[in-house]
Write a protein that binds this ligand. Structure first.
Ligand code: A3P
Length: 300
């Protein structure tokens, strides 16, 4: 399986448009019918996140847990985007995420999506697949998304920080409002028990503890050495150095603008939000985040 990135002509930056009530770009909607008809299998694991919430981190953890022992060559020769296909991705000259997922030789198949919950293909629910959702506090998520949109030619132009800040609050982001995304998935968890809802901040606080919880959810019991190997392998500095995890092999991303593995911290928002922006953000947040059971930490 090859994504043939070398020969890829970089496409022009896409525009946002409304798609069934959610801001999207054609890179994630043009294969809609095929994606919606995706044949999920009962042992598939769907990794669902709002962009920049820690998708790659949890993908690498799951891949190491499942295949680190049985198939170590996979981790050293295949980039993360081939090991864990991005289901809805459909960029010209590349194998679609759906086709990549179809071709995955592993059991289970690890599949990534940024879809809001209402867009998830029905087969995942019908097959009662396990779903791992990662949420990240809105402020750091916004900052990370801003840098990502600056460096990734596959995303709409970021514009300047102030306009991006406003757009994020307005929900005019690819995959829609952060607020709806985290709340929609949280609500789904109340009726669909096979969702493990994780928080980026918890992973920063105690990666080992969160790996234990994840293992309990997926039914794996790694040995102490194996767990140690995974915990060390997925430390930020190690993933940043790891060409098979850090996206440095994708020409669509310009690392001169910003690396994919940028800071990996909680609280970087303080370096970007002005005092006035922070007040505006908090007031707006209070109006949008009404469910007291969903609490995200923007400091730890
Ligand atoms: P920053 O831009 O704040 O550094 P995603 O994989 O969903 O696109 O998320 C990317 C964000 O997760 C980036 O955040 C990236 O640095 C961070 N990240 C990736 N791997 C990480 C790790 N091992 N530890 C901490 N943060 C990590």
């Amino acid at each position: 399986m090859s994504l043939n990135f070398d020969k890829m002509d970089l496409p022009p930056r896409p525009k946002l448009f409304d798609f069934n009530g959610v801001s999207m770009t054609h890179f994630f909607t043009q294969n809609w019918e095929n994606v919606q008809n995706f044949q999920a299998r009962p042992d598939d694991i769907l990794i669902a996140t709002y962009p920049k919430a820690g998708t790659t981190w949890v993908s690498q953890i799951l891949d190491m847990l499942y295949f680190g022992q049985t198939c170590p060559g996979r981790l050293t020769t295949l980039p993360i985007y081939e090991r864990v296909p991005f289901l809805e991705m459909a960029i010209p000259n590349l194998l679609t995420g759906k086709d990549q997922a179809d071709e995955l030789p592993t059991t289970p198949r690890l599949i990534k999506t940024h879809f809001p919950v209402q867009f998830v293909p029905k087969a995942f629910w019908e097959q009662n697949c396990r779903i791992v959702y990662v949420a990240r506090n809105a402020k750091d998520n916004m900052v990370s998304y801003y840098h990502f949109d600056c460096m990734n030619q596959g995303q709409p132009e970021a514009g300047d920080w102030n306009s991006f800040f406003q757009r994020f609050m307005d929900g005019n982001m690819v995959f829609g409002p952060w607020y709806d995304h985290v709340n929609g998935w949280w609500k789904k968890k109340q009726t669909y028990s096979n969702i493990h809802y994780m928080f980026y901040e918890d992973m920063i606080e105690d990666t080992g503890r969160e790996i234990d919880k994840l293992c309990a959810f997926i039914g794996l019991s790694p040995s102490a050495e194996e767990k140690e190997r995974v915990t060390i392998g997925v430390q930020f500095d190690n993933m940043k150095k790891n060409k098979m995890a850090n996206y440095s092999t994708l020409p669509i991303m310009d690392f001169k603008v910003s690396p994919f593995m940028r800071k990996g911290k909680v609280g970087d928002w303080k370096n970007y939000f002005t005092v006035a922006q922070n007040e505006q953000f908090d007031a707006d947040y209070k109006k949008k985040m009404k469910d007291p059971t969903l609490q995200l930490r923007c400091v730890i």
